[in-house]
Design a protein around this ligand. Structure first.
Ligand code: PEP
Ligand code: MG
Length: 745
């Protein structure tokens, strides 16, 4: 770019900035801006189209087209050349617009006399705001320099829009319109509150700068600081391979000459250092939307993170913007780690993530805290502002940002109904789950975090049927020590006040990867080196954990169970580790548990067919239905497409349950079910009718399950299920629903 052009560009930006300083209305500003741009770029037409809603663009100001068309001409995203620019997020440059594929003639604008067309998106870090268009009669093709210059102008317009320069009277209502996001359920429940951004966006108040040399100094200095900080991070010990790889990628970007050069060029054209960073960030976000390749997407995310860091260095704006957290915060984030989420704790009314997964640790924590959570809410971090009203419907996986009053009202009704039901459940808290035909079902809760413990009293659980010990390992960044674990387990037992707690030994591998352990690149981790397989192959951690449990019990009763036992031999081997540790504790003079029960989780179909000896030796067996279902139906529990495809009320699965019940019976082996399905009332009824007398579930499910069991007759439910089977039905849900419909509730 020549010297002359650079100064032209700077002059143009300065004129635009001056418009910002005038006390005009939004529309007057837009009109002035189109005039200035057309004048400066030497074109007959300059028009600004802005999004009216996420699907519709509206002509909001023009120099050169007919004024009557302003606020009248509209097009859908993807429609015509303007719509194409908006959809692609990329410039369209043509000398003969009417001949272009997709050209749409808008007679009211009078544009038929203009041949050349250059449209560039007006966007700011992934947020599409509109399209800036230049047109002229002569069939000219705009040069690369023209495009670069006009992109810089569009960037400034985007920043001005963000600052509210165009007001709400021109159709542009940034961060003001109600928007609905359709995501995936992370944790059920409904919540109303106000947005709290985990990473508040950086506010750039000065998109245009007068002195490029100063700005170039600033950006160089900031990039220098960024490089040092990444190098420092890399020098830290205790990085695993994966963290190192991410930081290496950060370093590569931070040292990339192209990145810095492009930002410096934009500064030469008149942008401030901050706006230049944002422009690069916008480009990266755009590409992010287009690339499918997972690796490339990750790298673009890295670049995005790095841009944020750079902006924070330049603006001095940290994560803490000084804004006060609302009374009813709903956390909005791209993603969040389990430890960070725990830090927020129960203060949060809801959580909305752009990414995340159902099995992620953050989802596990949200579940433990019973905070409604929606994941995969694409685009929410760009749209949400701190303090915006927000509704989270965890059941449907839907989020309403800045909702209309009618939506809020019906949502409040839903919350009130849920609260009403909770009250009803609370009144049953101290009553047993006794069916009308006199069967007593023990309802236990699943837990794994200290945050779960208060629920032991509140939910009416008769104990903890599954304590997932790995969560304590997952939320730390280094391996916990034996003494720490012993203290923790003792606190759990204290909180249980004599109620039984089944501690499951570490179940890592599969989706649960410890941040401080070398990840194994396995083609199919759910069926890989996980849980007891790791424990038996590398018994150091298992033994340490068993010692911690024995010490924590301090002479109380202790229930230990092993995850993912696939064959009898594994159970025997795991059990002998416990016996050895008991022996060791005794020889050290420590007290050992008064009563020790050693159990296994039945999570693979194979164990249902183990020798009788297994059922005799196991003190108790807990069906890990989440895994058992995934292996029985060969349907990945983490895969959204197949996760819900099969049902435990399918007669094949029930046949397996029946088989397990019959295998346990002769030996009096206590059998429970602790997968998610135990917490669903109809499924729970079916399991009870099959003969299961212990169900372990999330604390929030105990009330609904108990309420149903107390009005049900297991004999009648079983008869309805059997009749359905005899009729050749593949699933007994319908039969159970019919049975329930006939109950006078
Ligand atoms: C299960 O598999 O059903 C289970 C309870 O264990 P997790 O969900 O922790 O794998
Ligand atoms: Mg499992």
């Amino acid at each position: 770019m020549g010297e002359r052009k650079e100064s032209d560009s700077r002059k143009l930006l300065r004129r635009l900035r001056d418009v910002l300083g005038m006390p005009d209305h939004g529309q007057d500003r837009l009109d002035r801006i189109t005039h200035i741009i057309a004048d400066s770029m030497g074109t007959e037409v300059c028009s600004i189209y802005l999004f009216r809603d996420p699907e519709t663009l509206e002509l909001c100001a023009t120099e050169g087209l007919k004024k009557e068309a302003v606020h009248k001409t509209r097009m859908k995203l993807g429609e015509g050349l303007v719509g194409r620019v908006a959809r692609l997020g990329q410039p369209v440059n043509t000398a003969n617009a009417p001949a272009e594929k997709g050209f749409r003639f808008m007679p009211e604008t009078g544009e038929e006399i203009y041949s050349s067309f250059l449209g560039v998106p007006i966007q700011r870090v992934g947020e599409r705001l509109g399209v800036l268009v230049l047109q002229s009669k002569d069939a000219r093709i705009y040069t690369e320099d023209d495009i670069d210059a006009i992109e810089v102008v569009a960037m400034v317009l985007a920043e001005m829009a963000e600052l509210g320069a165009f007001g709400g009277d021109n159709g542009l209502a940034l961060h003001r319109q109600p928007i609905m996001f359709r995501g995936t359920c992370g944790q059920e429940g409904a919540a109303e509150g106000h947005v709290w951004l985990h990473e508040p966006r950086v506010v750039v108040t000065n998109p245009v700068a007068d002195d490029p040399l100063t700005e170039i100094d600033r950006i160089r200095e900031a990039v220098g600081e960024l490089r040092v900080s990444v190098d420092d991070l890399l020098a830290a010990e205790s990085l695993d391979k994966e963290q190192k790889a991410v930081l290496e990628a950060y370093r590569m970007f931070a040292h990339s000459r192209g990145w810095l050069r492009r930002m410096e060029e934009d500064i030469q054209r008149g942008l401030s250092a901050e706006a230049a960073v944002e422009k690069e960030q916008s480009t990266a976000r755009n590409r992010l939307e287009q690339v499918e390749d997972a690796y490339l997407r990750e790298r673009l995310h890295d670049l995005d993170d790095l841009s944020n860091r750079l902006l924070r260095i330049l603006t001095g704006q940290g994560r803490d913007t000084g804004a006060a957290m609302p009374e009813d915060p709903v956390l909005v984030a791209r993603n969040i780690g389990p430890a960070e989420l725990l830090d927020y704790g129960r203060r949060l009314k809801g959580v909305v993530l752009e990414e995340g997964s159902v099995g992620s640790h953050a989802a596990v924590v949200a579940r433990a805290l019973a905070i409604p959570m929606v994941i995969h809410a694409k685009g929410i971090i760009t749209d949400a502002l701190n303090g915006n009203a927000i509704l989270v419907d965890g059941d449907q996986g839907i989020v309403h940002l800045r909702p209309e009053e009618t939506i809020s009202r019906s949502f409040r009704d839903k919350i009130a109904m849920q609260a009403e039901a909770q009250k009803r459940y609370a009144s049953l808290r101290d009553l047993p789950a006794l069916t009308t035909d006199g069967a007593r079902v023990e309802l236990l809760m699943n837990a794994g975090l200290m945050a779960d413990l208060p629920s032991l009293v509140g939910s009416g659980a008769e104990g903890v049927g599954l304590f997932r010990t790995e969560l304590q390992f997952l939320i730390r960044n280094k391996m916990p020590q034996r003494s720490e674990l012993a203290t923790l387990y003792a606190r759990v037992m204290d909180a249980a006040k004599g109620r039984p707690v089944a501690f499951r030994t570490l179940d890592i591998g599969s989706d649960k990867v410890l941040p401080y352990m070398k990840p194994n690149d396995e083609p199919n981790p759910a069926m890989g080196w996980r849980a007891i397989r790791v424990g038996l192959d590398k018994p150091g951690v298992l033994r340490m954990q068993l010692q911690a449990l024995l010490r924590a019990s301090g002479g109380r009763d202790l229930h230990v169970m092993f995850p993912f036992i696939s064959e009898f031999g594994e159970f025997k081997a795991a059990r002998s580790h416990v016996l050895r540790e008991i022996h060791r504790e005794k020889s050290l003079g420590h007290t050992v548990p008064k009563d020790l029960k050693i159990g296994a989780m039945l999570e693979t179909p194979s164990l249902a067919f183990a020798p009788d000896e297994f059922f005799r030796l196991a003190d108790f067996i807990s069906i890990g239905g989440n895994d058992l279902k995934q292996f029985f139906f060969a349907a990945d529990r983490e895969n959204e497409r197949v996760r819900k495809r099969y049902d435990v009320l399918n007669v094949s699965f029930l046949e397996l349950i029946d088989h397990i019940v019959r295998r346990c019976a002769p030996f009096g082996t206590k059998l429970s079910y602790c997968g998610e399905d135990a917490g669903r009332p109809i499924e729970a009824l079916a399991f009870a009718a099959m003969g299961l007398r212990v169900l372990s579930m999330r604390p929030a499910s105990i009330g609904p399950v108990k309420a149903l069991l107390r009005v049900a007759d297991l004999g009648a439910a079983r008869a309805a299920m059997d009749a359905a089977r005899e009729r050749g039905e593949e699933n007994v849900r319908g039969a159970l629903m019919d049975y329930l419909a006939g109950l006078k509730l």
